[in-house]
Design a protein around this ligand. Structure first.
Ligand SMILES: [Zn+2]
Length: 493
């Protein structure tokens, strides 16, 4: 039976992929494209940050169901900020105990809702085998021991005797190694400086060993992060960065007798998690939230919750969650951010309604689930107010479709209803990002997080299967596509 391999390539963008193939910079992508279907405008999840997107990819649900709101968010029950430091493993050495626990353990074992099932859980319950290489969201049926390097163990005092769960074949850098016959021989990609194996080269090494071991699972999800780091630094060289990813894919394809044989044995799916937007180079392109919200007593990331704090800022690059800690502060916080035109969207919830406005403008759009209005994804809504706020369009048959903000209703709803607390979502206009204490900024570089199509449209390339992908395409539909693909092949076999 054919296996299914899903590569998640961080920050791969549709135009960059197409240009790379046109200019013959990407032979592996080109080969797969010639044997498959390319959807250039698949819609990802909001906020456009890897952590919550990974949870959506493996559960097929938006954050209102899987309950992981973003990369950085506030947990009112614990009165703590959660930060998954996605991909930035070297930070471990700085002793961020909280982050280590959040990223390795809490997301999968505590935050990711037990009400939803991951693709690994469902497939393995059905008798298939499943695998995950370097993906931060990986909950499964099998318990695995984590091997922290001595230095991290010593700094954090964090004993990982608490095992983490994953699918049968589970690899997380050098921290969790899959049970295959031969370990990947040591090389620099496994060093501390190379993020302990959370990089493209090591992920492909592990994948090659798994294939060679004869124990390749029916489904394997592989995360390739390097493109994201590079595009953040030099977005104008995005084609070169994606060409480097292609070299890793070539290395994988060459482990077979021929590239055709790789497709005889596998359905190969490549998808991105989000795009990036180029940020202007002058300081005014960083919207300073500490300054803008200085009238409020802002809760500090590094401190325990202090009585008297009024507001928590959780900065997700081009998106931020603002949490007023007393109900009466919500309108005041909205007022404080509403005058700045660099802020693109301001959204909050009022009971079952979502309210949205634009920075520097007065118009308000309200929508809630259920009602007679249909969107192009088949969801029903009741809508009131100014459609221009979210750039809404109507077809001849009255169906709502989206342009600047793809799948805007479900995605905004997903973020705001991921938690049962008052919160405000703000996004930065194209060319801008949010700045707040201790958070990385990218003047002149790339950044993401917003609802805008620049951050939200991702390419989806499927090779080795004739099964059409449902359109208009969304990342949350990949899980059911993979499961249908395996089910059909089981019947055939
Ligand atoms: Zn990124």
């Amino acid at each position: 039976m054919k296996k299914v391999l899903l590569f998640l390539i961080d920050s791969m963008m549709p135009d960059v992929l197409i240009n790379c193939m046109k200019k013959d910079k990407a032979p592996a992508f080109q080969f797969l494209y010639q044997h498959g279907q390319l959807i250039p405008d698949c819609v990802t999840v909001f906020p456009t940050m890897t952590a919550s997107i990974d949870c959506s990819l493996i559960t097929g649900e938006y954050p209102d169901r899987h309950k992981v709101p973003g990369l950085i968010w506030y947990d009112p029950a614990e009165r703590k900020m959660v930060n998954y430091i996605n991909g930035a493993w070297p930070i471990l050495s700085m002793g961020l105990v909280q982050c280590v626990r959040n990223a390795i353990y809490d997301m999968n074992e505590r935050h990711l809702s037990k009400e939803v099932r991951t693709i690994h859980e469902e497939l393995e319950e059905m008798g298939y085998t499943s695998g995950s290489i370097n993906v931060i969201a990986h909950r499964g049926l099998v318990r695995h021991k984590v091997h922290l390097p001595f230095v991290v163990n010593a700094v954090t005092g964090f004993s990982m005797n608490e095992m983490v769960s994953g699918p049968t074949i589970f690899s997380m850098g050098t921290l969790v190694k899959p049970a295959i016959f031969r370990e990947v021989p040591w090389n620099w990609s496994q060093s501390f400086a190379s993020s302990l194996g959370i990089n493209d080269s090591y992920a492909i090494d592990v994948l090659i060993e798994i294939v060679r071991s004869g124990r390749q699972p029916d489904f394997t999800l592989v995360y390739l992060p390097d493109n994201d780091h590079m595009v953040h630094k030099s977005p104008h060289l995005a084609e070169e960065h994606l060409a480097a990813v292609d070299k890793q894919l070539v290395r994988f394809l060459q482990t077979f007798d021929s590239w055709e044989q790789a497709l005889e044995k596998n359905v190969i799916i490549l998808v991105s998690d989000h795009g990036q937007t180029v940020i202007g180079s002058t300081e005014q392109h960083d919207i300073d939230l500490d300054h803008l919200l200085s009238p409020f007593a802002i809760h500090r990331l590094e401190s325990a919750h202090v009585q008297g704090d009024e507001l928590v800022i959780c900065n997700n690059e081009r998106m931020a969650y603002l949490y007023p800690l007393r109900d009466e502060l919500l309108p005041q916080v909205i007022q404080a951010v509403s005058m700045d035109r660099r802020i693109d969207l301001i959204a909050w919830k009022e009971r079952e309604w979502v309210k949205v406005m634009r920075g520097g403008e007065n118009g308000v759009l309200s929508f809630r689930r259920g009602g007679s209005l249909r969107d192009c994804y088949g969801n029903s809504w009741t809508v009131d107010g100014e459609g221009e706020v979210l750039d809404l369009h109507r077809s001849d048959t009255g169906v709502v479709f989206f342009d600047a903000y793809p799948d805007a209703f479900s995605r905004l709803y997903g973020a705001l209803f991921s938690q049962d607390v008052p919160s405000i979502v703000i996004t930065a206009a194209p060319g801008y990002e949010f700045k707040s204490k201790n958070m990385p900024t990218h003047l002149g570089g790339g950044s993401h997080g917003s609802l805008h199509k620049q951050d939200s449209l991702i390419p989806l390339l499927i090779a080795g299967s004739k099964r059409p992908f449902p359109q208009p395409a969304r990342l949350v539909d990949i899980k059911s596509y993979v499961m249908a693909e395996l089910a059909a092949r089981t019947v055939l076999a």
